[in-house]
Design a protein. Sequence first.
Length: 116
Amino acid sequence: VQLQASGGGLVQAGGSLRLSCAASENISGINTMAWYRQAPGKQRELVAVISSAGMTTYADSVKDRFTISRDNAENTVSLQLDSLKPEDTAVYYCYAYRITWARGYWGQGTLVTVSS
């Protein structure tokens, strides 16, 4: 599967962005789709996960501010980022994993910059 992330940009603290990840194939059977992020000089970290059943999990740092969703008909996974903080600045990557695959797949990343 190929994943194409989009929607990043520059926003002021307190603002919002919506990231989108378009998959090259039907995502209804993909068990896990997620967003990760990597800030400069830091390790990549999990931001949010959504299962094929629609169950979601969030990192504590983004809980109640970010919302992950998936649209199986459009083969997209989105991440709504609200109440953004400068510490949310990072490259955001989408990720897909299916139990029948040998490995997970990453998108190319989209940069989110939050100014104070």
